[in-house]
Design a protein around this ligand. Structure first.
Ligand code: PLP
Length: 441
């Protein structure tokens, strides 16, 4: 591994290095005290290749809310994805990268008026709705918008269900809303849904796509000719997860219900692209032993330098289950029932309730994989504990691909093997990405 001198938070990996090597080097350097992330750009690039292989008909519009770090956005912009933005701020972030407004969907069915005006001013014309008031707002603020009706179809099991807040009933509500849109002379161009974030029921996509087809058909009776199907999010992104089963269901449902290639199919994956790309390392600054009254059992409480007010907000808001892995384990270590706690004064600040861990000491590091989704954008520095900083890592061949788009230094750049597909994608999107000048971290 070589580290760029001018910016020691960018790590170019040679054949002997990986994310864990980077973490070990930083953690064992003797100077690192705060928690830190390593973001593996290659992981994001490989996810994109996986997406294209499994879902060739579906264009990904990355859900910015999931992780709005500039490194992620710039890599995805360069790879040519679209973006799902939920607010004026997210729209600005994407347009500032030089991404064209027609690569953005404003996928929030209940938007503040000022945000609709901003979409109109910036030319982000495709946006979702699921209620009457939104149609009236759009009629007065952005009458030329291209509207996408969001219907409800919930997975029977999802990490974060969304249907209780968004999506109109496709049978009892959608026809009425479409008739109102027609009366208001609003251009409705398609149908969207979100089955729930962290979907654990792949078959729901068949139900949802069938339901969307019925809404397409109803729209046709009103004189609409919808051209866009947005299948939302719900795709897993952890190490070891796969989208193969979900993709099989989606591809087969698209063949059954939307055989016409003229219908553009998009999705809004967030978690899929970033979850496994980020690994978090935290260090132990205190511990406490709780001994049973009869002194036969010991429970150890570890206090680490990130917690639920920081990166581990994902435990509260995203219902994540995080898995601690000691960075080093001494041979012959004793194992104890252990809990892990964040650094703040709040009793709620618990990261892991009960897990068997080898005995560790102050200054030892605990690593958490799959920390890229719904972590950093929500983290706060409550109680004066800083938000974990990000180090960026990339294999040489990946770094080489991004050198023109995200130039840092020339010295890293040694050409490696590049998949022809990826090379083509980058070439195609290079013009639009040319104003992406650097890789902020
Ligand atoms: N699109 C919308 C409208 C969302 O609300 C979300 C997540 O809440 C996403 C996309 C991202 O979906 P996921 O978290 O399943 O990747």
């Amino acid at each position: 591994m070589r580290i760029n001198n001018s910016n020691d938070r960018v790590h170019v990996l040679d054949a002997h290095a990986n994310v864990w090597t980077v973490i070990t080097d930083i953690a064992d350097s003797g100077v690192q005290e705060e928690a830190f992330y390593v973001c593996d750009l290659g992981d994001i690039v490989r996810k994109h290749e996986t997406w294209k292989a499994f879902l060739p008909r579906v264009q990904p519009y990355y859900a910015v809310k999931c992780n709005d770090s500039l490194a992620v956005l710039e890599v995805l912009a360069a790879l040519g994805t679209g973006f799902d933005c939920a607010s004026k701020g997210e729209i600005n972030k994407i347009l500032d990268l030089g991404v064209s407004p027609n690569r953005v969907i404003f996928a929030n069915p209940a938007k503040p008026s000022s945000h609709i005006r901003h979409a109109a001013a910036t030319g982000v014309s495709t946006m979702t709705f699921d209620n009457e008031t939104e149609l009236h707002k759009v009629k007065s603020l952005y009458p030329d918008a291209k509207m996408v009706i969001r219907i409800r179809c919930d997975a029977t099991d999802a990490q974060c269900p969304l249907g209780m807040k968004f999506g109109c009933d496709p049978i009892s509500d959608a026809p009425r809303l479409l008739r109102l849109a027609r009366t208001l002379d609003i251009d409705v161009v398609g149908v969207s849904f979100h089955v729930g974030s962290g979907c654990r029921e792949p078959l729901v996509f068949n139900r949802a796509i069938a339901s969307a087809k019925n809404v397409f058909d109803y729209g046709f009776t009103l004189g609409y000719n919808f051209e866009l199907l947005d299948i939302g999010g719900g795709f897993p992104g952890d190490h070891g997860s796969s989208i193969s089963e979900i993709a099989r269901v989606i591809n087969s449902a698209l063949e059954d219900y939307f055989p016409d290639a003229a219908v553009q199919v998009i999705a809004e994956p967030g978690r899929f692209y970033v979850s496994s790309a980020y690994t978090l390392a935290c260090s132990i600054h205190s511990f406490r032993d709780v001994i049973s009254n009869d002194e036969t059992t010991k429970h150890r409480m570890y206090y680490i330098n990130d917690g639920v007010y920081g990166s581990f907000n994902c435990i509260l808001y995203d219902h994540q289950h995080v898995v601690p892995q000691p960075l080093h384990e001494l041979a012959g270590s004793k194992y104890y029932s252990s809990s892990i706690w964040g650094p703040t004064c709040d009793g709620l600040d618990q990261v892991v309730e009960d897990v068997l861990l080898p005995e560790m000491r102050i200054g030892d590091w605990i690593v958490f994989e799959n920390m890229g989704a719904y972590t950093l954008p929500v983290a706060s520095a409550f109680n004066g504990f800083p938000i974990a900083q990000v180090h960026v890592a990339a294999e040489e061949n990946i770094w080489d691909l991004f050198k023109d788009i995200l130039p840092l230094t020339e010295e890293h750049l040694i050409m490696g093997n590049v998949s022809p597909n990826l090379k083509m994608d980058l070439d195609i999107s290079r013009d639009e990405s040319s104003i992406i000048q650097h890789l902020p971290i």
